[in-house]
Design a protein around this ligand. Sequence first.
Ligand code: F0G
Length: 371
Amino acid sequence: MRMSEVLRQLRQQRSTAGARPRLMQRFEAFLPITSATPVLSLGEGFTPLVHARTLGRLIGCPLLYLKVEGANPTGSFKDRGMVLAVAKAMEEGARAIMCASTGNTAASAAAYGAAAGLEVVVVLPKGQIALGKLLQAQVAGARVVTVDGTFDEALRVVRALGAKGAGARPVTLVNSTNPHRLQGQKTAAFEVIEDLGGAPDYLAIPVGNAGNISAYWQGFTDYRRTGLVETRPVMLGFQAEGAAPLVLGYRVDRPQTVATAIRIGHPVSGDKAIQARDESGGAIDSVTDQEILAAYRDLVRHEGIFCEPSSAASVAGVRKMAAAGEIDPGATIVCVLTGHGLKDPETAAANVDPPLEAEASVDGLREVLGW
Ligand code: F0G
């Protein structure tokens, strides 16, 4: 390329700020933002929508797309809602934020709280948090408390403390019970519509506390209200077999699954998720740990996208439904990949072989490679 052409292109787009606007500004009309809401951003949102050609062909859904939410600043979709929840907390004069978490909410709260200069307290079920997430919260300076119990128990305690008030400390709860969280998270649906030029036929998503599926449905509904699109997708939610209260319809007191982010027994937004399912004519189903891990591996081996195990539940579910002939092969399907694979190095390590070892010589390399 000639230098004059390079300069012409650089001048045309003076900075990357225009190419990547702030999430809260881009979708301000849909959000509860006032002139008093502080501008806060770590560059969240505007995540890639990737056409998964190879994996799509393999599972019989050629129009399979992946919404790569691991590309958010702290590596999960939580940043979309956290940016708004923290900005609103600042607007309301909070000095501290607090949440219970299976890890990603904690990592996001720690980062946005740090950026906002707030005290951050995160309460986690002991021994059940993927290492990357735990470290994210700790390194960012959050006060990390583990409790001997499940996520559901941690959330119960945090909500009770929030209701009682933390002494003289104005503290805001930033779990998805905070309505700003779901408002922020619905922006992912707007991006999907804008990238596809319309709503997909299906939207598949992992379900834990059931906030995100509810937020997407709200987003698709809000966008349709503008008249810019006519349809909304059929919503498909997937829980992990050992932690699937919405599927089985019974109490799950000791949820168990390799997908630690969605190891939840009593989803707070369960009613909203059921509503999204029913209004869209969709389904909430379960997938086994084996199905989740197979999708987790195939996503990165065929598409180069390394997500955390919980995220792969969406693809595992679509694969299962497609194999059962329950999905029209001509349908456009978006699977939400909610978090980055590096969040959970232990699961990754348990699913690979150790590296090959060679002498530091050409012959040594040739020998182990068989070249
Ligand atoms: N995927 C990932 C990677 C998650 O971290 C979560 C939830 C979900 C899916 C489920 O989303 O709860 O809105 O249905 N993680 C929460 C947390 C519970 O504390 O980080 P949901």
